[in-house]
Design a protein around this ligand. Structure first.
Ligand code: HEM
Length: 328
C-alpha cells in the first residue's frame, strides 16, 4: 500500500461522511532539521524547521476505494490471463503463458485464487455500502436517490446529450457533478459482470454441488456464458474503460486519481465543475483538502499504472489475434 503523506485527515470515513476533518495545512508535521536563513516566513532562524507543505489537493476517493481498485486490477488481470490461457489453449501464445503459470492445470488453480480475491473485493464493497448507508445516509432511499447517487438520473441523460453536442462543438462542456454518466456505466458494467461471471464461474468450480439441484446441461451453458462474458468484460475494461478514464484528452495519457485518491484543485474544478461549486456553496470543500504526495510516491504509482495499462492492451491484442487467426 502507498504511504500516506503527513498531515492527512483520517480516511476511514469516506468523503461522503461529511465528518469534520482537520485542515491539512493546519496540521503539517514538523521536520527534524533546523531552520536556515531564508526559511519560510513565520519560522525564526535556529528554530526546528517545518517541512514546506506540499500543495493541497482535493480528496476524491477513500483509502478503501483505492485498495479495492488495486486488488481488483491484480485479480482481474490474473483471471483474464489464466482464463484466456485455458480458452485459447491451442494457440502458441497460450502455451507460452501456461508455462509462466506452471502448466495448464496450475493456470486453473491460479484462476481460482484470482476468483477468491475478486469475490472478497466485491464482498468488501457491498459491506462498505451497507455500513455507509447506516453511518452517512440513514436509509437506502437516501443513498440510492441522493444527490451523489450512482444510479442513472435525468441529469445523466441531459449531460449525455450535452456531451454529444460538446463533441460536435455546438455547446459548452457540461458541468459534470460527482459522478458522470460514463463513470456510472463503468461501475454497473463491473457490477453486472461480477454477477454473471462470478455465478457461472462458481458453477464451473463446483459442478457436482450445482448438479445436485440443476440438470447437467447447465454446466455447458455456464461454460459458454462464462467464456463469452469474459471476452466481453476484458474487451470492455481494456478499451472503453481505459479510454474513458485515461485516454480522453483531459486526462491523457493517464489519470492517477483512483490510485492516489486525490487530484489538483484546478483539475478538479475543470473536470467536475458541478461538484466543485456544490462543495464551495455548502462550505465542505476545505474539509476535503489534503496534501499532495511526494514525487517518489507518484512515480511508483505511475509505474504500476503503466504496467496495468500495457498488460491490458496486450491482452486485447491477443484476443483479437486469437479470434481472427486462430479461433476454433
Ligand atoms: C468470481 C469470479 C470467477 C470464478 C469463480 C471463475 C471460475 C472459473 C473456473 C472454475 C473455470 C474453469 C477453470 C478450469 O477449467 O480449470 C474458469 C474458466 C474461465 N474463466 Fe473464470 N472465473 C471467474 C472470473 C473470471 C474472469 C473475471 C474472467 C475474465 C476476465 C474469467 C475468464 C475465464 C475464461 C476465459 C475461462 C475458460 C473458459 C473456457 O474454457 O472456455 N473468469 N473460471
Amino acid at each position: 500500500m502507498t504511504p500516506e503523506p503527513s498531515a492527512r485527515p483520517p480516511e476511514d470515513r469516506g468523503p461522503e461522511s461529511g465528518a469534520p476533518e482537520p485542515s491539512a495545512a493546519a496540521s503539517a508535521a514538523p521536520a527534524a532539521s533546523t531552520v536556515q536563513a531564508g526559511a519560510p516566513v513565520g519560522q525564526a532562524v535556529g528554530e526546528p524547521a517545518r517541512a514546506l507543505p506540499l500543495p493541497l489537493q482535493y480528496r476524491r476517493f477513500t483509502r478503501l476505494n483505492r485498495v479495492q481498485h488495486v486488488v481488483m486490477i491484480v485479480s482481474f488481470m490474473t483471471l483474464a490471463l489464466t482464463g484466456l490461457t485455458l480458452k485459447f489453449s491451442y494457440t502458441g501464445w497460450a502455451r507460452v503463458l501456461s508455462r509462466m503459470f506452471g502448466g495448464f492445470e496450475s493456470a486453473g488453480y491460479v484462476h481460482r485464487v484470482g476468483a477468491i480475491l475478486l469475490i472478497i473485493t466485491f464482498a468488501t464493497h457491498i459491506t462498505d455500502l451497507v455500513l455507509r448507508k447506516s453511518r452517512d445516509y440513514g436509509s437506502w432511499a437516501k443513498l440510492i436517490f441522493g444527490p451523489d447517487t450512482m444510479m442513472f438520473t435525468r441529469r445523466d441523460l441531459s449531460e449525455f446529450v450535452g456531451s454529444i453536442l460538446w463533441f460536435l462543438g455546438k455547446a459548452p462542456r457540461p458541468r459534470y457533478g460527482r459522478w458522470t454518466y460514463w463513470e456510472k456505466f463503468d461501475y454497473f458494467a463491473v457490477f453486472w459482470g461480477m454477477m454473471v461471471i462470478g455465478s457461472t464461474g462458481l458453477v464451473l468450480w463446483f459442478p457436482v454441488l450445482f448438479t445436485t439441484v440443476f440438470p447437467g446441461w447447465m454446466i455447458n451453458i455456464a461454460t459458454i456464458i462464462h467464456s463469452d462474458e469474459a471476452l466481453l468484460a476484458v474487451g470492455f475494461i481494456f478499451t472503453v474503460h481505459f479510454f474513458n478514464t485515461h485516454l480522453r484528452p483531459e486526462k491523457f495519457p493517464m489519470d492517477l486519481v483512483i490510485f492516489t485518491g486525490q487530484m489538483p484543485i484546478r483539475e478538479f474544478r475543470e473536470d467536475k465543475p458541478g461538484e466543485f461549486e456544490d462543495l464551495v456553496r455548502t462550505g465542505r470543500l476545505e474539509s476535503r483538502l489534503v496534501e499532495a504526495y511526494p514525487p517518489i510516491v507518484i512515480r511508483t504509482i505511475r509505474a504500476f499504472a503503466w504496467t496495468a495499462l500495457t498488460v491490458g492492451t496486450l491482452i486485447v491484442l491477443w484476443i483479437i489475434y486469437a479470434m481472427v487467426f486462430a479461433y476454433r
